[in-house]
Design a protein around this ligand. Structure first.
Ligand SMILES: Nc1ncnc2c1ncn2[C@@H]1O[C@H](COP(=O)(O)OP(=O)(O)O)[C@@H](O)[C@H]1O
Ligand SMILES: [Mg+2]
Length: 387
């Protein structure tokens, strides 16, 4: 635990902190146990490391000169936690099991000068943690396991997109696999401060980030569409790319830079990457096609919604119902992108045409492998691993 963390034994909303689960740039996640029922939960505290300090009485306050950034993230964290909580409640009322792919939010509240989001505790492992173990046992991720992950994540994203919430950070460490094998999306993009912030520097290395998530002033691309469902679709497609081909494509900014400089996008179609990495597996054609479509560099070339994306799987997974959510009509995608794009100039608008493909570095192998090991803890996917 760092000094910033709440000490073990801290009591919050009937829960007692019993350890830290993780600390990211914008929050600290704790494991808690409820005083009465002795049930476990996870508690995420809004604590933007660059902008906040812990003071007396465990109070969190903005660092000098960081009030605006702190407040902006605070509001975003609270709003999105409340939205996700509402979604959880609605799913419960509808008695639907279809929220299983989303972490369930127990409540959001303000204390210590900051915001807390109390969640169900997921008994499992994050996807990135155990792939290496998996690949010691199996040469590739079974197609059905990849499809199960795709299905669960598309359904989860569909639910939050209908509430006008974007995840913005879909990646293996933000996907947990329950002991019964069910994938669950965690760590929503709440509290990512927008604008010209130093935190954006960490985004440049994001291997799963779409081009529109990189600040336009750094890429010179106008990002006319801004962020939207297509942004999460890109990240999920990169996760799937990695699962089936065991290495990542060149990151979006690298692709854009290469396209501008050399007129070629170094993206290697997933089929070619599977061959290159000598993976002997028969993944269905529509799955591979869907991955390539979702990995398109430009937002406008990708499916606009997860419903549309699901149809690219051509029946391999059940298409997402385009209209199940009561608030679907309210979705406008008019929210401000994470970073404001400068006015498009002729230079930034131009899309160089690809000449040919070039090699993409083999990277991130260890990550891929975890999927099934984690899934192997039990449940449907366990069966695939032990065949
Ligand atoms: N609901 C949860 N149940 C169990 N573990 C969790 C839960 N949420 C997060 N974790 C654990 O905490 C880690 C960090 O949480 P996360 O929400 O991804 O925050 P960040 O990436 O900002 O640190 C996760 O990788 C996971 O191991
Ligand atoms: Mg995370």
């Amino acid at each position: 635990m760092t000094d910033d963390c709440l000490p073990n034994g801290t009591q919050i909303a009937g829960h007692v902190v019993s350890g830290m689960l993780g600390q990211g740039g914008f929050g600290i996640t704790y494991k808690t146990i409820s005083r009465e029922a002795r049930t476990l939960a996870a508690l995420k505290e809004y604590f933007p490391a660059d902008d906040a300090v812990r003071g007396p009485g465990l109070a969190v306050s903005p660092k000098k000169g960081r009030r605006d950034r702190f407040d902006m993230g605070y509001k975003a964290f609270l709003k999105e936690a409340q939205t996700l909580h509402m979604l959880t409640e609605r799913m419960k009322r509808a008695n639907s099991g279809r929220a299983q792919g989303l972490v369930q939010i127990i409540g959001a509240f303000e204390k210590h000068g900051t915001v807390y989001c109390l969640m169900e505790f997921i008994d499992g492992q994050s996807l990135d943690n155990h792939l290496a173990y998996f690949f010691q046992r199996r040469p590739h991720v079974p197609p059905d396991a990849v499809l199960e992950l795709a299905r669960a994540m598309l359904e989860a994203l569909a639910m939050v997109h209908r509430e006008e919430v974007l995840h913005r950070d879909v990646k293996p460490s933000n996907i947990m696999i329950r002991r019964d094998g069910q994938p669950v999306l965690i760590d929503f993009g709440a509290a990512r401060p927008m604008g010209r912030t130093s935190e954006l520097a960490s985004m440049y290395s994001r291997r799963y980030a779409a081009l529109e998530q990189f600040p336009a002033q750094r890429t010179g691309h106008s990002n006319a569409l801004g962020d939207g469902p297509w942004t999460d679709i890109f990240a999920l497609s990169v996760v799937l790319y990695e699962l089936v081909s065991q290495s990542l494509p060149t990151n979006a900014k690298g692709r854009w830079d290469a396209l501008r400089k050399a007129g070629q996008d170094p993206y290697v179609p997933v089929r070619d990457n599977i061959l290159r990495n000598r993976i002997i597996a028969s993944y269905p054609g529509p799955l591979l096609d869907a991955i390539d479509i979702g990995c398109k560099l430009f937002a406008e070339d990708r499916p606009r919604s997860v419903e549309e994306m699901s149809r690219h799987f051509e029946g391999l997974i059940e298409p997402i119902d385009p209209a199940p959510g009561p608030s679907r009509e309210t979705v406008s995608w008019s929210r401000t992108p994470e970073h404001s794009s400068p006015k498009p100039s002729p230079a930034t608008e131009k899309r160089p045409s690809p000449k040919h493909r070039s090699q993409s570095p083999h990277q991130g192998l260890q990550f891929i492998l975890a999927l099934i090991f984690a899934l192997a803890a039990g449940g449907v996917l366990y069966g695939y691993l032990t065949q």
